[in-house]
Design a binder for this molecule. Structure first.
Ligand SMILES: Nc1ncnc2c1ncn2[C@@H]1O[C@H](COP(=O)(O)OP(=O)(O)OP(=O)(O)O)[C@@H](O)[C@H]1O
Ligand SMILES: [Mg+2]
Length: 369
C-alpha cells in the first residue's frame, strides 16, 4: 500500500457546483479527490478509505456537517482524520465553536480563495505522509523487537540445552572413568599383590620393581579419581551441594595455597539437580577467577538457603575486579555465570569491595515463578 494511493482528499458538499469548483481548485495537488454530496455518502467513504483530510460543508440538508463530523469521529478508522469546515461568511461564532467541538481542526470561509485552501490542504497532506512514515517505522521497529526477543529466547533455550547436554556427558564420562578404570586398576593391584606374595624373598630386584609398580598404580588411581571428580564430583550427586562446595573449597586450598573458609547451612538442603549443578559450576568458575586474576591470599565462602532462595557469597581479598570487566561483553566467564543463574530465575552480582577484593553474590530462587 503506497502512501499516495491512500491519503486521498474527501470533499463533501450538497451543492454540485461547489463540488465541481473545489475539484477544479484541487486537481493539481497530486491527490486523489473523492467527492460526496451528502453526509451519508461521506460516511460510506470514510468506512472504506483513509483520507489525508476531509473538506466538509457545514450546511447540508439531511445529516448536516456537524452531525457528519461527529459520526466521522466515532469511527475508529477516521478518528484522527483532520476535518476542515467550509462555511458561509454569515456563520456565527457559536456555530463555529460547535464545529470545533465535534472535531473540526480548521475553518475556511466561503468564497474560497484557492491559494489559502491549497496551502492549508498541503499542510495536512504533509502531516499525513509523515504520519504514514512514522507508523511504518514503528511497525518495523516493533517487528524487529519481536524478532530480537524471539531470537534471544531461542538462544537461551539453546544455551540451556547445551549446558544440560554437556553436564550429562560429563557425568557419564566421569562415571565411566571412575568405574571402569578404577575397577581395572584395583584388579591390577590385586593381581600384583598375588604375584608379590609368591616372589621368593631373595628376589630383591623383582620385589623392588613390584613396589614401584604398586606406587604407579596408586598414583594412577589418584589421577583417575581426580579426573573423574574434576568432570563431575560424585559428592554433588551423592551428598548434595553443600558437601560438594566444602569438598571443592578444601581441594582448592590444597592446590593453590589460598586459604578458603567455608560457612555452610547447618541443616541439609534438598535441591534439584539443575540448581545444585548451576550453583556448583558458578562456584567453580568464581574460584578459578580468584586463582587466575585476584592475587588473593584468602577466600570466604558463605552458602545460605532460605525459604525462597539459595544464596552463595564468595569474597576474596585480592586486588578487586576492574569496573570495565564487569560490563564487558568479552567477559565470557562472567556472562556464562549470569546466564546460568538467570535460566533458573536467579542472578550473579559481582562488586569490587572498596579496594579490598572482589565479592560475588549468587542468588537462585528455589522455585521458578
Ligand atoms: N576475583 C577477581 N579478582 C580480580 N579480577 C577478576 C576477578 N574475577 C574476574 N576478574 C576480572 O574479570 C575478567 C573477566 O572474567 P571472566 O571470568 O569473564 O573471564 P576470564 O576469567 O578472563 O576468562 P574465562 O572466559 O576463561 O573465564 C577477568 O579477565 C579479570 O580481569
Ligand atoms: Mg573466568
Amino acid at each position: 500500500m503506497s502512501v499516495s494511493s491512500n491519503g486521498s482528499i474527501l470533499i463533501v458538499d450538497d451543492n454540485q457546483r461547489n463540488l465541481a469548483a473545489l475539484e477544479g481548485m484541487l486537481k493539481d495537488v497530486g491527490r486523489n479527490l473523492v467527492l460526496a454530496n451528502s453526509g451519508e455518502q461521506a460516511l460510506r467513504h470514510v468506512l472504506k478509505n483513509d483520507f489525508a483530510v476531509i473538506l466538509l460543508d457545514a450546511r447540508m440538508p439531511g445529516v448536516d456537517g456537524f452531525e457528519t463530523a461527529k459520526l466521522i469521529r466515532e469511527r475508529p478508522r477516521s478518528r484522527h482524520t483532520p476535518i476542515i469546515f467550509l462555511t458561509g461568511a454569515y456563520e456565527d461564532l457559536p456555530s463555529m465553536f460547535r464545529g470545533y467541538e465535534v472535531g473540526a481542526v480548521d475553518y475556511i470561509i466561503k468564497p474560497l480563495v484557492p491559494e489559502v485552501l491549497k496551502s492549508k490542504i498541503a499542510v495536512f497532506i504533509d502531516l499525513f505522509e509523515k504520519n504514514a512514515v512514522l507508523t511504518r517505522e514503528i511497525t518495523e521497529r516493533k517487528q524487529i523487537e519481536e524478532e530480537l526477543r524471539e531470537s534471544k529466547e531461542n538462544l537461551r533455550a539453546l544455551a540451556a540445552r547445551l549446558q544440560s547436554v554437556v553436564e550429562e556427558e560429563r557425568t557419564r564420562i566421569s562415571r565411566e572413568i571412575h568405574d571402569e578404570l578404577g575397577q581395572a586398576l584395583t584388579g591390577l593391584k590385586m593381581d600384583l599383590t598375588w604375584l608379590t606374595t609368591r616372589l621368593p624373598k631373595d628376589q630383591k630386584v623383582l620385589r623392588s620393581k613390584t613396589k614401584s609398580i604398586f606406587e604407579l598404580i596408586d598414583g594412577t588411581i589418584q589421577s583417575v579419581r581426580r579426573i573423574a571428580s574434576g568432570l563431575r564430583p560424585e559428592v554433588l550427586d551423592e551428598v548434595g551441594l553443600a558437601a560438594a562446595i566444602g569438598w571443592q573449597a578444601r581441594d582448592f586450598q590444597k592446590r593453590t595455597g589460598i586459604r578458603c573458609k567455608v560457612r555452610l547451612p547447618a541443616e541439609s538442603i534438598v535441591l534439584d539437580r539443575d540448581r545444585s549443578t548451576a550453583a556448583f559450576r558458578i562456584f567453580q568458575e568464581l574460584l578459578t577467577n580468584v586463582v587466575r586474576h585476584a592475587n588473593a591470599t584468602a577466600v570466604d565462602v558463605d552458602l545460605k538457603v532460605g525459604k525462597s532462595e539459595l544464596v552463595l557469597e564468595v569474597s576474596d581479598n585480592g586486588k578487586g575486579i576492574a569496573e570495565d570487566k564487569l560490563k564487558s561483553s568479552q567477559s565470557l566467564g562472567l556472562l556464562g555465570m549470569r546466564e546460568r543463574a538467570s535460566l533458573l530465575g536467579g542472578k550473579v552480582e559481582i562488586t569490587k569491595t572498596g579496594g579490598k577484593g572482589t565479592r560475588a553474590l549468587v542468588s537462585i530462587p528455589l522455585r521458578l515463578n
